[in-house]
Design a protein around this ligand. Structure first.
Ligand SMILES: [Zn+2]
Length: 467
């Protein structure tokens, strides 16, 4: 799962926390206590936590940070497994950009006085001397034309660093000095690739001082940035497809995903070799079942860099293809013995982006009640994983995860000895039974199928993953 940052981006994009979503289907007054049906057993009896554990052992033998050889080795292993199970498989490369961090240096002088600035992450390297123009918060419609050919003095806040830099670049500015909106530090800010303008940060006190000086007369600044910029790297998605027989094809697609990259230096046993292990195990089990719906198993790269692999994959969909995808099940961190606190079902919860129930959570909660977990699974609201880009395309999607997270989240201690096979088994059974309910031929998938297990009542929980 990715860091918290993704959430704040979501919230600034205008999402509002909501309680109690609307169910995609009304529960059919089914009792909560059910047992696995012959229906489920075709899939869940074949799921092996030992297989999943072996996958985690192979993947967590080394870190798999996006763009490293470790990621590629992991992705190629996943691809070979999908192929062995008979899937049409693709290793999909995509570029991403990482800010250079080593050997970055920068100076700032205003009217000859040095200010010791922080070089914004990814800032363009270059030297510029020009007059300083104050542009406030640098809203697009508030940046004065006078900034053309000058250095923009900007206050932090309200809109992103990247937007501020874009807004002054669009007006022809040659450099950026941004001052903090609180506290005493100057260490903040980042630029995007292609924003070819040196950008440095200073403290709030320094910034307010420059604003005052500008009221009395003009200021000339020199910004010099060296060793900064971006390097292009390649990450990969692994995509496996299984199409139904042509005479039994609903034209619909059900997707199951996890991310194979880890944080740098972390073995990522739980985050997210555990999810990948369940994706591979379900692919193995379902390869031989009768289906009327396309199965698509995907492991994403660069999730930890900001959901880059899933965003790239979603960006390749035509509208027609997005419409055909009826559900996305994301599994991220589904095996930690130390996650989930005292919550039922080992703390398993299904998070949606908008906090509303959907087809995925309806099926998942009901499957929980009649498989090994023997609990209806609650749902809540959270981004931070690869269900997000699919939700944004209107695809019902949810993240399956044990929450709250374990203490070793994103550390080198996320190792296989802390993996609980029961948790792997329970989560894979829930997702497997849910996917099978959509994909098996005798259920008209998304409508009320008489032969299919019923739905259950389940709750929204305001549960934070922490970390
Ligand atoms: Zn993570």
């Amino acid at each position: 799962m990715a860091k918290k940052k993704t959430i704040s981006l979501l919230l600034t994009a205008g999402l509002v926390l909501s309680v109690n979503g609307v169910s995609a289907q009304e529960p059919s007054q089914a009792p909560n206590a059910q047992s696995a049906t012959a229906f489920d057993n075709k899939v869940i009896k074949k799921i092996s936590a030992d297989n999943m554990y072996d996958t985690i052992a192979k993947l967590s033998a080394q870190p798999r940070a996006a763009g490293t050889e470790g990621e590629l080795i992991g992705a190629q292993y996943i691809k070979s497994q999908f192929e062995q199970y008979g899937y049409e498989t693709e290793l999909q490369p995509f570029p991403f950009y990482e800010a250079l961090r080593n050997n970055v240096s920068g100076t700032l002088e205003v009217n000859g006085k040095p200010l010791n600035p922080y070089v914004m992450s990814g800032s363009y390297s270059g030297e510029v001397t020009a007059e300083v123009v104050y542009v406030g918060l640098a809203y697009a419609d508030k940046v004065p034309e006078a900034v053309k050919g000058k250095i923009a003095l900007i206050e932090r806040g309200d809109i992103t660093f990247v937007e501020k830099i874009k807004n002054v670049l669009d007006k022809g500015a040659l450099g950026v000095i941004m001052y903090n909106n609180s506290g005493t530090t100057n260490r903040f800010g980042s630029a995007n690739p292609g924003q070819n303008i040196p950008a440095v940060a200073i403290t709030r006190a320094q910034g307010l001082d420059l604003v005052e000086q500008l009221k009395a007369g003009s200021l000339t600044a020199t910004i010099k940035v060296e060793g900064s910029g971006f390097i292009e790297k390649t990450s990969y998605n692994v995509i496996a497809k299984m199409k139904p027989n042509k005479n039994k094809d609903t034209g619909q697609v059900v997707m199951v995903g996890a991310h194979h990259d880890s944080v740098p230096g972390g073995p990522g046993a739980n985050d997210d070799a555990s999810g990948v292990s369940a994706v591979l195990e379900l692919a193995r089990v379902m390869a031989k079942t009768q289906i009327d719906t396309e199965l698509r198993f995907v492991t994403f790269g660069a999730e930890e860099k900001g959901l880059l692999g899933s965003s790239y994959y979603a960006s390749t969909f035509s509208e027609e293809e997005a419409d055909r995808i009826v559900a996305h099940f994301q599994m991220d961190m589904i095996g930690s013995r130390d996650a989930g606190g005292d919550h039922p079902a080992g703390g398993l919860i299904m998070y949606t982006i908008d906090g509303k129930k959907n087809l995925v959570t309806d099926l998942g909660s009901a499957a929980g009640a009649r498989t090994a977990a023997a609990e209806t699974i609650p749902m809540g609201q959270l981004g931070r994983s690869d269900h997000e880009p699919f939700h944004l395309l209107g695809i019902p999607a949810a993240l399956f995860i044990h929450s709250p997270l374990e203490p070793w989240y994103h550390t080198p201690a996320d190792t296989i000895d802390k993996i609980d096979k029961n948790k792997l088994q329970e989560t894979a059974e829930i997702v497997g039974a849910s996917v099978y309910q959509i994909a098996r031929p005798d259920t008209p998938a998304l409508k009320n199928a008489r032969v299919a297990p019923g739905l259950v009542d389940y709750e929204f929980e305001n549960r934070s993953p922490g970390a």
